[in-house]
Design a protein around this ligand. Structure first.
Ligand code: GSH
Length: 220
């Protein structure tokens, strides 16, 4: 890998992060790439994400946000797309010239935030409504139900170890972090292929490093 320009200055990449949030997927990708970065823990509990200074970084006051190359990227999907292409030598995104794999990669990257994430949130919303004894109003055809999404992924992953075939990409990180959450909230029963894929992703040392405790950012 030719990362010498960045290695010379670890402050060059700064991830605004809070544990247990969508920022974990970005930290995981940075760990897979192996590039030095500075982690700034933003305390959501103390409202640090709504401070005047932080709103200059993320105008909506959310995590994650990434400072890199003298600019700022936010939206976890946007950050992962940027990083995977920026550090192409890490092999976590097919090159645009690799047309078929790139098409599949684009599909799965968009699938994560556009289809899988809303489907999981819908489940969470329905569960909360049930717990409170109130009726949950479905969004109808605007949303793909989680069962459909999971059935599709189950079939896909029964045939290959990673979303694009043999080799793991940023698409596995985006979708895998979401399915790890789905697993935690009990949505993956009777989905053996997805479970095996998630277990394999979670066994990676980069994932373990991304999950390492940072504290909750009380002092941020
Ligand atoms: N679509 C955005 C969502 C960002 C987001 O909502 N982050 C949550 C944590 S997972 C957050 O910062 N919430 C704090 C708040 O909105 O007050 C992304 O993927 O980056």
């Amino acid at each position: 890998m030719s990362l010498t320009n960045v290695e010379a200055d670890p402050e060059r990449i700064r991830l605004h992060f809070s544990p247990g949030t969508r920022a974990v997927r970005v930290r995981w990708l940075l760990e897979e790439i192996g590039v030095p970065y500075h982690l700034h823990v933003v305390s959501l509990w103390r409202g640090a994400h709504k401070s005047k200074d932080y709103l200059k970084i993320h105008p909506l006051g959310k995590v994650p946000a990434l400072e890199i190359d003298n600019t700022i990227v936010f939206e976890s999907l946007g950050i992962c797309l940027y990083l995977a292409d920026r550090f192409a030598d890490a092999g976590l995104a097919p090159l645009v010239t690799d047309r078929a794999r790139r098409a599949s990669y684009s599909t799965w990257m968009a699938f994560s935030a556009g289809t899988l994430e809303p489907a999981i949130f819908e489940q969470v919303r329905a569960k909360k409504a049930e717990e409170r004894g109130i009726a949950s109003v479905g969004l109808g055809p605007a949303l793909t139900p989680f069962n459909n999404v999971a059935s599709y992924m189950e079939l896909h992953l029964a045939e290959q170890p990673s979303l694009l075939g043999d080799r793991m990409t940023a698409a596995d990180i985006m979708n895998g972090s979401l399915m790890a959450w789905a697993q935690d909230i009990g949505l993956l029963e009777a989905r053996p292929s997805i479970q095996a894929w998630v277990a394999n992703l979670k066994s990676r040392s980069a994932y373990a490093r991304a999950m390492q405790s940072t504290g909750w950012g009380w002092k941020s």
